[in-house]
Design a protein around this ligand. Structure first.
Ligand code: NAD
Length: 317
């Protein structure tokens, strides 16, 4: 059975598919030649990331040939999912593959911003030689994470993974999620030992009041969960990390709170207006920023390929 990985596939995923008798083609076919290529080469599985679009017209053209559309990553915006499923085509994404990558980025931002690394990294090349002592003074009021409270809004895959790492830091973890009463997270150590923690969720208002840092991991689209009134309920000097979706934190309210000193820092991997975030956000002296790279690690790429391969083998193997 033929697989066309039009936006690529990791070597691990490729190997797994070929070991199960699939033929994997990683040649990139232009969007306007895709339908003909799928029919001519009897492609049963089309794997895409965000570049290749799978719209109704293409789905109609390959009906009867294509059996499976795999999306490496989470978002399915580039695929007419319901239309494909109505035609009997399986559509599968890989939501779990990047969980650890996002969770580690959260902790990187958290550790970095509490020690002003985002600012020190900018200033050291410019002034480190001339003003070393002044810079040392500027960045000498950092804080430790141990003993602080991390509030996690949204306790699904990524929220639970963040909790594991934060517990390892010695942080207290409080969580809010309307769909979950409690969850057990299991910390696995290098020597095979593990430790289970049962964490009960709590109302958003008490999480806002208790947390030194708040991180958002809410699924699905929707209106902002943290705006002016939620920020007012937070501790003075608290910080926010958003790696979930632009729009989950009201950017204007966030910038006002950073300017006024109500909040000390914010870390953002996702923005209101991607790929052209607001200049005020980019230029703020209180923000630790990354260009939506939460899922972007080599390990996640590997896992995406393997996760897709597992689904294909299960459904078509
Ligand atoms: P998930 O579906 O496993 O968990 C989401 C959780 O949010 C669920 O438990 C749900 O009950 C909870 N939730 C929904 N509404 C809520 C609310 N109002 N308050 C509190 N909790 C609420 O999803 P996940 O895999 O953990 O992903 C979380 C987010 O991370 C998603 O928005 C996803 O798009 C984003 N993400 C970002 C990157 C990146 O590159 N930065 C990568 C992967 C995922």
């Amino acid at each position: 059975m033929k697989v066309l990985a039009n936006d690529g596939i990791s070597p691990a995923g490729n190997e797994k598919l070929e070991a199960h008798g699939f033929t994997v083609d990683t040649e990139k076919v232009a969007q306007d030649q895709l339908a003909q290529h799928i029919k001519d080469h009897q492609v049963a599985v089309l794997l895409v990331r965000s570049a290749t679009k799978v719209r109704q017209e293409l789905i109609d053209a390959v009906e009867g040939t294509l059996k499976f559309i795999g999306r490496g990553g989470v978002g399915l915006d580039n695929i007419d999912v319901d239309y494909a499923r109505d035609k009997g085509i399986i559509v599968q994404n890989t939501p779990a593959a990047s969980t650890r990558s996002v969770a580690e980025l959260v902790m990187a931002h958290l550790s970095g911003m509490t020690r002003y690394l985002y600012a020190a990294n900018q200033q050291m090349p410019l002034e480190g030689e001339q003003k070393f002592k002044e810079l040392k003074k500027s960045y000498s009021a950092g804080t430790e994470l141990q003993g602080k409270t991390l509030g996690i809004i949204g306790f699904g895959r990524i929220g639970q993974e963040v909790a594991k790492i934060a517990l390892g830091y010695g942080m207290q973890v409080v969580v809010s999620d309307p769909q979950i009463d409690k969850a057990t997270v299991s910390l696995a150590f290098f020597d095979g030992r593990s430790l289970d923690f049962e964490i009960a969720t709590q109302p958003m208002d008490s999480l806002l009041a208790e947390s030194d840092f708040i991180t958002l991991h809410v699924g699905g689209a929707g209106k902002a969960l943290v705006g002016k009134s939620e920020i007012e309920k937070m501790k003075d000097g608290a910080a926010i990390i958003n790696t979930s979706r632009g729009g989950m934190v009201e950017e204007e309210a966030l910038m006002d709170a950073l300017d006024s000193g109500k909040l000390s820092h914010a870390a953002l991997d996702v923005f209101d207006n991607e790929p052209t975030p607001a200049m005020k956000v980019l230029m703020s002296p209180h923000t630790s920023l990354s260009p939506h790279i939460g899922a972007a690690t080599l390990e996640a790429q590997d896992r995406i390929g393997v996760e897709l391969a597992d689904h294909i083998i299960e459904k078509l193997g």
